[in-house]
Design a protein around this ligand. Structure first.
Ligand code: G3P
Length: 230
């Protein structure tokens, strides 16, 4: 099973043009550069079509943004976990608010990912959803209130109670599941606040992907990633 060192900054490339094709590779290399320079853990989640090239070119962990609950066979248009594994991916996001799946599909995908040694980061919109999905024993859970996604209003500072609530309920279900938080994270202070609330890192997108200077933002975040764990 692949391992993800914590704390971590997980950059979700989503479908932003700034992180598609050659731009995706450029951004992934910037993430790798900062990870090496600052000796911190940074991982990336590019689009499917960019996974193989990026996984071949960078040494930091590469995640898929989704996989489907299917086994090898006649499933047209689905994403098979063995396929993303074969190109060097170490894990996958699941149930992102922009790619919601049923609880049952989360359960099946977590099993399929584990069977193939892939790390699962299951996304949840509320602490209650965290509690429900933690039962399926994903490797990590990311709490992300959808209403803050893309706003630049950081969940770690705008809704700290949602983050601490998620950390608490997940700890009760399975204390071995680290919690990440996401939505609006765009500065070093947001990262520092997230760690102080008991998370083991952040899941973010626009704050880095759409930044005028992604490297500058990432360096500031990296400098706040260490030394703030409770
Ligand atoms: O997966 C992380 C993402 O949903 C957060 O989006 O743009 O608010 O960092 P953003």
């Amino acid at each position: 099973m692949a391992k993800l060192s914590l704390p971590v900054i997980l950059v979700n490339f989503k479908c932003y043009l700034e992180a598609t094709g050659e731009e995706a590779l450029t951004l992934a290399k910037i993430c790798e550069e900062v990870a090496k320079e600052k000796n911190v853990n940074i991982a990336v989640a590019p689009q499917f079509t960019d996974l193989q090239k990026i996984a071949q070119e960078v040494s930091i962990p590469v995640f898929a943004q989704h996989i489907d609950p299917v086994k090898p066979g006649s499933h047209t248009g689905h994403v098979l976990v063995e396929a993303v594994k074969s190109v060097g991916v170490v894990g996958t996001l699941l149930n992102h608010s922009e790619r919601r799946i049923s609880d049952e599909d989360v359960k099946v995908c977590v099993v399929r990912a584990k069977e193939n040694g892939l790390i699962t980061v299951v996304c949840a919109d509320t602490p209650k959803t965290c509690q429900r999905l933690a039962v399926f024993n994903p490797d990590l859970i990311a709490i992300e209130p959808p209403e803050l996604i893309g706003t630049g209003i950081p969940v770690s500072r705008a809704k700290p109670e949602v983050v601490t609530g998620a950390v608490e309920v997940v700890k009760h279900v399975n204390p071995n599941i680290p919690v990440l938080c996401g939505a609006g994270i765009s500065t070093g202070a947001d990262v520092s606040a997230a760690l102080k609330l008991g998370t083991k890192g952040v899941l973010l997108a626009s704050g880095v992907v759409k930044a005028k200077n992604p490297k500058k933002v990432l360096v500031e975040m990296a400098e706040n990633l260490v030394g703030n764990l409770p």
